[in-house]
Ligand binder design. Structure first.
Ligand code: ASP
Length: 463
């Protein structure tokens, strides 16, 4: 006989079935033993009675999180036991046979609640148990559904999904790189990508015209509730487009996907604020436009923010880009950039998508001319030699017929956070880092042995 999933029992009244799953709870009433059996599809009540003495006896030994196989008949519960709160709550299984597939140690924390109050280090050390809780199962599945729907929309609109390298050269996104030493070139290093920015632009030069990728991005930055070392982006780039074209197709995608997932959007088309207007109205470039009522109802309030200044002064008083060095200034400001004039007033064709207080997307129309890109790094005080060494490959590519292009990226975690109402990134990532910057379950970062260090030509200085 084949296994039946818990969610199917409602269609099997009177039938004999087999369930497999975990013991979520056990209530021993002496004569009757009740088990809540959990599988990926839900929870079912199983009743062991002395009428089936062997199963009844084994059921008394069961403990939380043991893995079992039960066969028995699906019956309607007595009226007093009906639980309207769960889809299977009108039924139970009258167990005839019980097989223990595996036992379990007592879990270090309860799994039948939200988990909010449990110490983070402990939750992440036993993340594979933590993930068994209903809330996290829901979040991770919803994330998967979100990515799937985004993919479907993009495929329908003639985009090609293309992977780009993880071992690469630094791409500035305003953060620190994670570095990988090279064994074949001791003393040289790869950088893990902060985003696929340069490769996706090279794919435009390569003529793909519509690219997307579910891309992992790695940034060595201070961790926050909505920020980890690793995140995933739905990364998009298009050729022969202007800002309005990118915003239009993206808005259609976000609206379609969020509405398919049952969400209500506060305002359509999304309102557009200039950076200046946003700062005047909300004193921030990301903001929450929802009323208290809308917050309760899970409404999504999207808005575009456009017309950002291209440059700002860093801590040392030098000019640096606000978002992305590859962005194109507004057409009327290109001359200023090329001449290095009015730097603080240059506006870039950069756009951010804001929702419920988070920045959930951002991108720009790019400069597709080598002289414009070079001028950006000049403003930042880079020498010709440094520009050539770090970005010569981009300028060279642009000299081979680079089409006008632009794109954007959406943070999958932030989108999942607003779709689920979660306020911590770790609640929507299967294996997030701890807030002290270590991995879940596995103990990393960890030391290398002497042989590995030697092979890489590395020496670790004692602190
Ligand atoms: N590369 C940008 C980022 O990671 C997104 C983009 O401009 O397309 O934020």
């Amino acid at each position: 006989m084949e296994r039946t999933l818990v969610r199917e029992i409602i269609k099997n009244e009177g039938e004999k079935i087999i369930l497999k799953g975990w013991v979520a709870a056990r209530r021993d009433h002496g004569k009757l033993v009740f088990i809540d059996l959990r599988d990926r599809s839900g929870i079912a009540q199983v009743v062991f009675s002395p009428g089936f003495p062997e199963a009844h006896k084994t059921a008394q030994d069961l403990r939380s999180e043991w893995v079992i196989q039960v066969s028995g008949k699906v019956k309607e519960r007595p009226a007093s036991m009906i639980n309207e709160k769960i889809p299977t709550g009108r039924f139970e299984i009258e167990a005839e046979e019980l097989v223990v597939l595996n036992t379990s140690e007592t879990p270090p924390f309860p799994l039948d609640e939200s988990g909010d109050n449990i110490d983070e280090e402990v939750r992440l050390k036993y993340r594979y148990l933590d993930l068994r809780r209903e809330r996290l199962q829901k979040n991770i599945k919803l994330r998967s559904e979100f990515v799937d729907r985004m993919r479907q929309f993009l495929f329908k609109n003639d985009f090609t999904e293309i992977e780009t390298p993880l071992l690469t050269k630094t791409t500035p996104e305003g953060s620190r790189d994670f570095i990988v030493p090279s064994r074949m070139y001791p003393g040289k290093f790869f950088a893990l990508p902060q985003s696929p920015q340069q490769y996706k632009q090279l794919l435009m030069v390569a003529g793909f015209e519509r690219y997307f990728q579910i891309a992992r991005c790695l940034r060595d930055e201070d961790l926050r509730a909505d920020r980890g070392f690793e995140h995933t982006q739905v990364d998009i780039e298009m050729s022969f487009v202007e800002q309005k074209d990118v915003l239009a197709i993206d808005e259609k995608m976000i609206t379609t996907v969020c509405e398919e997932m049952g969400k209500k959007i506060k305002q359509k088309p999304f309102p557009v604020f200039t950076y200046k207007e946003a700062m005047e109205k909300y004193r921030a470039d990301k903001f929450d436009m929802r009323t208290e009522e809308e917050k309760k109802d899970g409404v999504l309030a999207f808005a575009w923010v456009v017309d950002f200044p291209f440059f700002e002064k860093d801590k040392e008083g030098n000019w640096t880009f606000t978002h992305n060095p590859f962005s194109m200034p507004k057409p009327e400001h290109i001359d200023w950039l090329l001449k290095g004039e009015n730097i603080g007033e240059i506006i870039t064709q950069q756009y951010d998508l804001v929702c419920n207080g988070y920045e959930v997307g951002g991108g720009s129309i790019r400069s597709h001319r080598a002289d414009i890109l070079k001028a950006v790094f000049k403003v930042m005080g880079y020498s010709d030699m440094r520009i050539e060494a770090e970005f010569g490959h981009m300028m060279q590519a642009f000299n081979f017929g680079a089409p006008p292009h632009g794109g954007l990226a959406h943070g999958v975690e932030r989108m999942t956070m607003i779709l689920t109402g979660e306020t911590y990134l770790r609640e929507v990532q299967a294996f997030p880092q701890t807030s002290s910057g270590r991995t879940s379950v596995m103990d990393a970062p960890s030391e290398l042995d002497e042989k590995q260090l030697k092979e890489l030509g590395l020496e670790v200085k004692k602190k």
